[in-house]
Design a binder for this molecule. Structure first.
Ligand code: ZN
Length: 459
């Protein structure tokens, strides 16, 4: 038996105790957004500090203007990694939709097997405990960890992380490591483990087209007076072609093609775009021609209209020519697309479309670049192999249509990449009533981290 086999056997044997520990953490009502639960958040932070100390970590609770952070160091040899998770949870309302009290965790049998039912079971207490259980097993079997581990647990992730950036900046030296391990994502499906490596960036812009200095009667002024809705509609309609491509000049300049090996991996997933759309009452994938639905979400940029406002929108009819009309436009960005450059491109396109007597005003919203993590490093390759081994299914380098801000902060402030591995499933109902984490996710998650730590040590 190898050392790793002994560690995995220890995790198997220790299952009941591991579950008890997770349940203790789940009983704490650490809702970060509601000040009424501040003491519960502190209790959860203190509990984690004690648990980390019992694993031999030098662990401290760090108070912030909001909820406390937990920082811990194992010291020791090997690769230096920073593990991140969050102990705070979302509010539980509407409470009447829960089948059991959200802070009284229990195992429930379902069609897919046993699940842990409680607020935070998946997001993120169950996930962060998978890592601590892996550390516990390594420590129990070998007396040390296969890596030099620093831990950062946040208590404000579900309420916008107001203290995070100042905390990272003030403690950069202490928190810097070679690689961050982030456990707040999911599996591709119940058998396919995933390392999330691509997150899209975002930018928003509200565009307001203004013409006359007041609303006008369409009988008196219709014809000679410019109509902002008509002008806005033409501007928006001019932003895509019939193939679903964005026509804004320069939009695709900094978009890299998907590497052939990643594309082959994604194609092999046989992702069913029609079934995916079927869940929301649609059938035929729209969007950019020549790209699968999965490629569109994970690797292609978009320009979308999220809202449009103008004229009379109440019951009945009012024959008004409005003084102004607005649209909320957003882009999801990939590769090296630059939000500053694209905002300027959008504005100059809009201005090139304006007829005489018409002006435009803008209200910017957000602006962040995409994150694409390298997949060809020894660390990523080692982690992929470890996950593949545990789940007996090839681990996929996946994308995410949305974003995980912490990954950008780690890169910008601490200068390190993040290995995003998690064991959640799409139907875990995080943020909703009846959140669950599969018992299998919890158990195999711990085994996965034990293997990843071993693989990182050898990579
Ligand atoms: Zn989370």
């Amino acid at each position: 038996m190898s050392q790793l086999d002994d560690v995995l056997a220890h995790i198997d044997a220790d299952r009941p105790q591991a579950l008890e520990r997770l349940f203790a953490l789940l009983r704490m009502q650490s809702i970060s957004t509601d000040p009424a639960y501040a003491a519960e958040c502190e209790k959860a932070a203190d509990w984690l500090v004690e648990d980390l100390k019992s694993l031999g970590f030098e662990a401290t609770r760090r108070d912030t203007p909001g909820r406390p952070m937990v920082v811990a160091h194992s010291g020791g040899e090997g690769r230096h990694v920073l593990f991140y998770g969050h102990y705070d949870v979302q509010p539980v309302d509407p409470l009447e939709l829960w089948t059991r009290p959200p802070f009284e965790p229990a195992i429930e049998e379902t069609a897919h097997g046993a699940v842990i039912r409680a607020r935070g079971a998946a997001d993120d207490k169950g996930q962060l405990m998978t890592f601590l259980e892996a550390c516990r097993a390594w420590k129990a079997v070998t007396g040390k960890l296969p890596a030099n581990v620093t831990i950062l647990f946040e208590g404000e992730e579900e309420s916008g992380s107001p203290s995070l950036i100042p905390f990272l900046e003030a403690n950069a030296e202490e928190l810097k490591a070679e690689l961050a391990l982030v456990c707040d994502t999911g599996m591709l499906d119940r058998n396919t483990p995933a390392i999330a490596t691509r997150l899209r960036g975002m930018l928003g812009e509200q565009i307001t087209i203004k013409a006359a200095d007041k609303d006008l009667h369409s009988g008196s002024f219709g014809g000679p007076a410019a109509n902002p809705i008509r002008i806005l509609a033409k501007i928006l309609a001019g932003l895509h072609d019939d193939e679903g491509r964005v026509t804004l000049p320069g939009f695709y300049d900094d978009v890299a093609d998907l590497p052939a090996d990643i594309k082959a991996q994604w194609d092999a997933l046989k992702f069913d775009g029609e079934a995916f759309l079927g869940e929301v009452g649609l059938k035929v994938p729209a969007g950019e021609k020549g790209y699968s639905a999965l490629e569109q979400i994970w690797s292609r940029p978009t320009l979308e209209f999220n809202g449009i406002i103008g004229g009379y929108t109440g019951e009945g009819f009012k024959t008004v020519l409005p003084a102004q009309a607005s649209a909320k436009v957003s882009m999801r960005l990939v590769s090296q697309q630059d939000p500053v450059k694209l905002r300027a491109a959008l504005r100059s396109y809009v201005e090139s479309c304006l007829p005489a007597d018409v002006t435009v005003e803008y209200k910017p919203h957000g602006g962040s670049m995409a994150t694409e993590l390298p997949t060809d490093t020894p660390e990523f390759t080692a982690a992929q192999a470890a996950l593949t081994e545990e789940w007996a299914t090839e681990a996929v380098f996946s994308g995410m249509g949305g974003s995980i801000p912490i990954v950008g902060h780690f890169r910008k402030i601490l200068g390190m990449n993040s290995l995003m591995v998690g064991f959640g499933l799409d139907d875990d109902q995080i943020h909703s009533p009846n959140e669950k984490y599969e018992l299998r996710s919890f158990h195999k998650g711990a085994r996965s981290w034990a293997r990843i730590l071993d693989a990182l040590a050898k990579a």
